[in-house]
Structures are given as structure tokens and as C-alpha cells.
Design a protein around this ligand. Sequence first.
Ligand code: NAD
Ligand code: MG
Length: 386
Amino acid sequence: MKQRLALLGSTGSIGCQTLDIVRRRPEEFEVTTLTAGSRWEALVAQAREFQPDSVVIADERYYERVREALASEPIKVYAGSEALSQVVTGGEVDTVVNALVGYAGMLPSLSAVKASKRLALANKESLVVAGEHIMREAAERNVPILPIDSEHSAIFQCLAGEVSAPRRVIVTASGGPFLRTPAEELKNVTVEQALAHPNWSMGAKITIDSSTLVNKGFEVIEAKWLFGLKPEQIDVLVHPQSIIHSMVEFEDGAIKAQLGTPDMHLPIQYALRFPERGELGEERLDFSKCANLTFEAPDLVRFPLLQTAYDCLRKGGNSCCVMNGSNEVAVAAFLRGEIKYIDIQSVIMGTLEKAQFVANPTIDDYAASNEESRRIAREIAQRLRK
Ligand code: NAD
Ligand code: MG
């Protein structure tokens, strides 16, 4: 039997790479649902190629266009964000691949887990916002959550076959495009500079998050929930070559690492085919070409938002949700050229000061907190406008 995938965010970077794997292994995988935010033409092209049962265009303005374009195909067309949470629950779905970006991925993740679907998770924001709920719902139903994020896939691969709990994990970070940029110059970096990641080609939001180290902070939060760790068990280590994707240290001092070229096809395929590996046909790691693997501590003075993520994780409640919501607004405003790069920090810090703290949030509280954080963040960004 083929593994039937509901692929959320199919037109994005992870989504397209997931479809590469499906294309290469048609005897193993079939796609039952494809979804896009607003890139309706790309969605239509994918639907014609992969013939899913249904597609969802989240931005309802494009519903008619998608429906007309697919009128002659036996494909159901839905629109709106609620449809994302519904399509993942269908009886024809085995695995939900969540490659959405941002808060929009959280409810679909929860919905998938509650419907007892295997969840191959790229959308780290799901766990940043509601990690406790999603992990609890998954544990109650014995539903596997398979990480796609390369660091978490590395940790997951290092833990495979181990019966002992890890002592700590070491999440590696490339350091992003501004690893060596002096603090003074960081104030005025341009959108183009921030989008030029040295090692990975990814969607715009995560690329900016990588440059501010918010992405690494979110990965610390993601690691806590995925692997049941305390914040002090999660270290971040800058490793500019992005060859070691992360490491795990055990009680006896042994450290396991997973290495490879920076290519997301590997963690995606590992999540889909776990516990089996398979030929991937990508470039292989040549040690003679990577003689220097270097390591350094992250600079929390130039990149304070990594510390902010740890602080939010320790504070708990809705803090990480507030950080996430304000970050999404700040990054979008920066990408539109409305605020300066350095203002991303001010928007997040300012929102964290003002947003209401909720110690034991329900899912509805997260939704309200996300709305409130975005409103506060927009107000701050408006005041900072260039
Ligand atoms: P992307 O921007 O390239 O793609 C996002 C996808 O989600 C697109 O299909 C888009 O149409 C859809 N989308 C965006 N906003 C939406 C909304 N509001 N409602 C419904 N659909 C929406 O992003 P990406 O780089 O593929 O990243 C996806 C997720 O994977 C993120 O959480 C990111 O942090 C994580 N991730 C990405 C990479 C990478 O290499 N790209 C690596 C590790 C983790
Ligand atoms: Mg990552």
C-alpha cells in the first residue's frame, strides 16, 4: 500500500522538495491533498501533475480561479484556513506533512494529531506556539511526530536505537549571513543582504529568522517539546559550514552527530520513510573538501533574540506564542521595507512587555494571544516606520 500524504504548504520550499521525493518514488507515495497560501497557479500545476483528491487555497480570493482551472479534473477544491484543519483528518490520509509557515500551521498540526495521523513536521511554529498541547495529544494517541527541521532530524537520527535518555543536545547553527557583521552595521542591513543565507535556500520568513537567530531560538523551543528536554539541556553551537546538523551527548560522555551536505531532501525523506533509509541521489559529503569544521559560541550581544527565546521558554505560558506572533509581524514589515532590520528586535521585545501573560493557556487562549501580539506588534512597527 502506498503511503498517502496530505501536504500542507505544497508550493513552498519544503513543500516542493517533498514533491521531489514523491516524484522519485511513485510506487511508495501518493498525494491526497495539496494546499497553498496564495500561489494558486503553482497549486493548479501541482494538482494536475499529482492528481490529489482535494486541494485547498487558503487565500479565498483565488478560490474561483483554482476551481475554474481544475474544473475538468476529479479534484475537490476548498478555500480558507479552516479547510486546512479539515482535509488532514480524512480517512484517505496516512501522513500529514506540515510545510506551512508561521502560526497558520498550528491548528492543522493539532488537528492531524487528534485524528491520529502521523505528522511529518517542518512547521516549527506549531511547537513554538502550542508544543505542550500538541505533544500531549500525540502521546495520548501514540501518534508519531517526525521532525523535518534538519537539526531535529539530526537529533532524532542520533537517538534512533538508543534506550538511554540524552544528557544534552547540541543544536548547530550556521550563524547566518551576519555572523561576522559588526553590531554598528547590523542596524542598517538591507532586505537583500538578510535574504542571502550562506548555506541554505529557504522561504523568506525562515531566512530572515535565520539571520536574527530567532530561527535557532525557535529550534531550541522545538527541541524541548519534541525530545522532552529542559532548556538547560539544549545548547546552541555556531558551526558555519552546516555539515554537522546537530549532536546528542549521553551520560557516559559519548557524543553522536549526524553529518551531511546541507540538503533538506534528506530529513524530508527520513521523516517520510522512517525507520528506513533510501537512495537519495544527492551530492555526497566529501571530507577532503570540508577539512575545516569550526565551532564557536553564539554572540548573544549582537543576536539577543536567541536569549529572548530561552527566556520565553523558561517563563512558559503564552510567552513563546507572543514572541512568535510579534516576530511574524516584524519580519513581514521588514520584508516590505517598512521598518529597519534592527527594529525586528524592538518590535518583539516591546510586544513581550505589553502582551498579557497567560500562565496556562488553552488553544483558544493561544489564538487570542496571537491576535493580541500581532496587534501590539503592528502598533510598534507603525511607530518605528521609516
Ligand atoms: P515557504 O514560505 O517557502 O512556504 C510556505 C508554504 O505555506 C507555501 O506553500 C505557502 O503558500 C503556504 N502558506 C504561507 N502562509 C500561509 C497561510 N497563512 N495559510 C496557508 N498557507 C500558507 O516556507 P518554507 O521555507 O518551506 O518553510 C515551511 C516551514 O518549514 C516553516 O515553518 C520553516 O520554519 C520550516 N523549515 C523550512 C526549512 C527550509 O529549508 N525551507 C528548513 C527547516 C524548517
Ligand atoms: Mg533548522
